[in-house]
Design a protein around this ligand. Structure first.
Ligand code: 3MF
Ligand code: MG
Length: 343
């Protein structure tokens, strides 16, 4: 399939199907096997959490971590894949139970900063310039447990410390309004832009927009992308889908709302996303019912839908659109889009 985009996924996008009400139902797949299959199905790269790249990170020295990551880079090279980014997994460890950068505990904050800096080391070793911060527990379960003004300041301080640690690294913040916490301090792309502007080097602080996260915030994913694009700050996207405001579903791209998916691809194509090396991540999860012998299909489907929608965008009749706009006949334009999508 032809595409202007380079697609990526994370090792977590091939999983055992563990959820809150039931255990895993598929066997664990070794990471190298995932790389091999990713390359086979046409992905260009891999997204990493720090401990995807270096599983025993907490028990290793800083030197050992870098060496291990370099070996991981050789494994990636073997399959012709690149590393898109590294994200510190600051939500699994007991020391990040109350958040990392916004934890009320000084020791836990120090641990979060240590992991953030190791993520930068790992990104460097893997040949990537991007560190992604999904601020999973940076917020509250009990609103009164933190001073939100002080904690937003802590987020800015933490990002500044990361920027100072490595002058080449770019920080991309992945907004999400809730889950696993009740209220997040960085729920939308607007918040990401404001945080970016408040740091010491805004040019190195951008955004990751995940379709499902925008929907969970009651917002339109394409417009969220557009907002970051206008500021030149859309560093990555996580395409997927979501059936309204419920738990984070990570459904295959376009599976719930094809028109929304079309508009996401359209805004990316129209504004030349990818020209600066940005990649298209597919943060999708296979249904728990999926058999292990066909457990990459959700990734393949998402990529296929993205490519088919690129084709629709290429066919989108700009002259017809201009006429509808001139006549202010948006009913006509809307029906045209429906027909385009269904033809
Ligand atoms: C959660 C997510 C995360 C991030 C990942 C990398 C586990 O809703 O989307 O996936 O994508 O941490 O940023
Ligand atoms: Mg994501």
């Amino acid at each position: 399939m032809e595409s202007r985009f380079r697609f990526t996924a994370g090792p977590w996008n091939v999983n055992e199907g563990v959820e809150a009400f039931g255990p895993g139902v598929r066997p664990e797949v070794p990471i190298e096997e995932k790389f091999k299959k990713f390359a086979e199905i046409g992905l260009s790269g891999v997204q990493f959490h720090d401990d995807d790249a270096v599983p025993d990170i907490n028990n290793m020295t800083e030197r050992q971590i870098i060496d291990y990551a370099k070996d991981m880079k050789s494994t990636l090279d073997k399959y012709g894949l690149v590393a898109e980014f590294v994200a510190p997994r600051l939500w699994m460890d007991p020391r990040t139970t109350d958040g990392g950068f916004t934890s009320n505990s000084k020791e836990d904050y120090d641990f979060a900063m240590w992991r953030a800096k190791r993520s930068i080391d790992i990104a460097r070793a893997l040949g990537s310039k991007n560190v992604v911060l999904w601020l999973a527990r940076e917020g509250t379960l009990c609103a009164e447990s933190k001073d939100p003004v002080e904690k937003v300041g802590k987020l800015i301080d933490s990002i500044n410390e990361m920027l100072a640690y490595d002058e080449n690294i770019k920080i991309l913040i992945e907004s999400k309004p809730n889950e696993p916490i009740d209220r997040s301090y960085c729920p939308t792309i607007g918040h990401v832009m404001a945080l970016s502007a408040a740091t010491k080097d805004p040019a190195r602080v951008g955004a990751v927009l995940e379709s499902a996260h925008a929907i969970l915030a009651g917002l339109d994913p394409a417009n969220e992308m557009a907002f970051a694009l206008k500021f030149g700050k859309l560093g990555s996207v996580h395409l997927n889908d979501q059936n309204g405001c419920r738990y984070d579903q990570d459904k295959s791209f376009g599976a719930e709302s094809l028109r929304s998916a079309f508009n996401q691809i359209k805004v990316l194509v129209d504004h030349n996303y990818g020209a600066g090396g940005e990649m298209v991540g597919l943060d999708v999860k296979a249904m728990r019912t999926q058999h292990p012998d066909d457990q990459y299909r959700h990734i393949q489907n998402s990529m296929k839908v993205a490519c088919m929608l690129e084709e629709k965008v290429a066919r989108f009749d700009r002259e017809f659109q201009a006429r509808c706009i001139a006549e202010r006949n948006y009913e006509k334009l809307e029906m045209y889009v429906m027909e385009l999508l269904m033809s």
